[in-house]
Write a protein that binds this ligand. Sequence first.
Ligand code: SF4
Length: 374
Amino acid sequence: MRGQDSEISRRTFVQSAAVPALCAAAGYRHIEAAASLSRREAQFYEKLPSKKIRCKLCPRECVIDDRERGYCGVRENQNGTYYTLVHSRPCSIHIDPVEKKPLFHFYPGTLAFSLATAGCNVNCKFCQNWEISQVRPEQVRSAEMSPDQVAVLARDNNCISIAYTYSEPVVFFEYVYDTAVAGNASGVKSVVISNGYIQQEPLKKLCSQVDGIKVDLKAFSEKFYREVVNGELKPVLESLVTIHKQKTWLEIVYLVIPTLNDSDQEFRSLCQWMRREMGPDVPVHFTRFHPEYLLKNLPPTPLATLERAKRIADAEGLHYAYIGNVPGHPAENTYCPHCKEMVIQRTGFIIEKMNLKKGTCAKCGTAIAGRWKS
Ligand code: SF4
């Protein structure tokens, strides 16, 4: 949240300070920009005539000539074989409270060992981390850190989970998957913070190894996805339903941007769709927009707009609708959907009070959806 990041911007921190510091502390090699890329055969692509390939990782399905890269800039065709260039090359590493992702129903009050590589498969005009998401791996400093090393570092730093975050984990799928496997072998969980713009087969494979996924749903209209994100809504909605069906813990964040995705009708359509397709227990976070990157002409989201979104979600029967990026607001807390008792009190990323007993409301015993410490 901005207020709590004011001393040093999140972007500055994730890109410059944390990588060398954590690498030095752990004794791992830190690579300057333009140093060697990794080269590991990618998953989910098909070979085409004339040494071309078609990438099947995300719905964009880039067709790529020899010696060219896909839209995300981190996967390259070399002589008809497709490679990921960022396996084991995180450019941002930090230890965050899991609430910062935000994940509110996933082991609250715990730490997540958070990492990213360069690259993204969309181009949101409001991206907060464009300096790592919209660049090629040669343009950022990175560390050399294997999946096993990440798992050890996470465990040694008291993190119960590894979070793949900041840029877009879909484009460093192979690193995410291998690290989640390594984490599982060491008793460390994995959570993915994603735009959900991924094909079904890799998504199901991911769900088999990770414990939670937070999806940034950018809007509930194809027009917005086309004009502001350079992506598509439909595959993202399919991803949400799949994640839920796979029983991987899911939370949704909806960044509310004044004039672009903030109408009553859009909020209502989203909430009705969620209720119909996934039931009432998937948390949704309506978060405040701050002018960033290519959308500096718009103001921050008025609090009244966020409260309107929350009211609509409540009226449509969603059990866990939150307001985000407004530290101290009562809608940061979790309330029992049955007796309305406050079961988790938060201020920003801090857990003030927990009134849960083994995942149930301490007052009435109703199960609160989520993943909880026993
Ligand atoms: S993952 Fe990258 S290369 Fe593959 S289809 Fe998506 S944008 Fe294109």
